[in-house]
Ligand binder design. Structure first.
Ligand SMILES: Nc1ncnc2c1ncn2[C@@H]1O[C@H](COP(=O)(O)OP(=O)(O)OP(=O)(O)O)[C@@H](O)[C@H]1O
Ligand SMILES: [Mg+2]
Length: 228
């Protein structure tokens, strides 16, 4: 059953224990449709580990996640990863052209991404005319924009971003950040993103969650949380 009025994504007692260590320890969080949440906290706090649990890239050792009210363990992995898209810190494109990379997700689902749609996606990320470029020739910022376009090709409902601009040089960092802001607003995406950059958290997010030692220690409006 899906519950259209409830949170779009709900972590319940979400935990991951590896070799007796709690990387993520009993985190519960409700995310409403359209909400943008920054995940902050010291290095090693479990922010990336938490994000990876949200689309089941890693398996929880306790707890679960509900996507529109449905336990995500009941949702086939390909469907789940389409609906909950992820953008990593460094672009992880595979060798080939830009278009090959954009087609990857849809092809896995037996769908064809039209040339028109490819052009539209590239236009969206400011890379018109890049379809036939070899990804080996792209700058870091361009590659990250292709990664974003590839995620968007799957038309996700929820977007997870793990320090999406921290590996870029300062100029492309600003470019990619403003692109991300535009895309999120355009599509009214629900979004969770990890950042070490408090000003970036304020620019992008309405809410923030602070993690320490695998636990969620605070959640609330970003201004209140970051002031504390
Ligand atoms: N696959 C793994 N197996 C065992 N331990 C892991 C694994 N991945 C991460 N860890 C450990 O889990 C803890 C949390 O790591 P995580 O990468 O989630 O932190 P983080 O908050 O994202 O840190 P950073 O800000 O440096 O990116 C760290 O102590 C890390 O060494
Ligand atoms: Mg991390």
């Amino acid at each position: 059953m899906t519950d259209r009025n409830g949170p779009i994504l709900s972590a319940r007692g979400l935990s991951r224990e590896v070799d007796g260590r709690h990387l993520v320890d009993d985190v519960s969080l409700d995310v409403d449709q359209g909400q943008i949440i920054a995940i902050v906290g010291p290095s090693g706090a479990g922010k990336s580990s938490f994000l990876r649990l949200l689309n089941r890239l890693d398996e929880p050792t306790a707890g679960t996640v509900y996507l529109e009210g449905r336990d995500y363990r009941e949702i086939p992995a390909t469907e789940l990863r389409r609906r909950v898209g992820m953008l990593m810190q460094a672009p992880n494109l595979f060798p080939g052209t830009v278009a090959d990379n954009l087609r990857f997700g849809p092809t896995q689902r037996g769908e064809t991404l039209s040339l028109e749609r490819i052009a539209e996606l590239l236009d969206r990320v400011g890379l018109s005319g890049f379809a036939d470029r070899d990804v080996g020739q792209l700058s870091g910022g361009e590659a990250q924009r292709v990664s974003l376009a590839r995620t968007l090709a799957n038309e996700p409902q929820v977007l997870l971003l793990d320090e999406p601009t921290s590996a870029l040089d300062v100029d492309s960092r600003e470019e990619v950040e403003s692109l991300i802001i535009d895309v999120i607003r355009d599509r009214e995406l629900t979004c969770l993103f990890v950042t070490h950059d408090a000003p970036q958290a304020r620019r992008l997010a309405g809410h923030a969650m602070v993690m320490e030692a695998g636990c969620c220690v605070t959640t609330g409006p970003v201004e209140e949380v970051l002031r504390a």
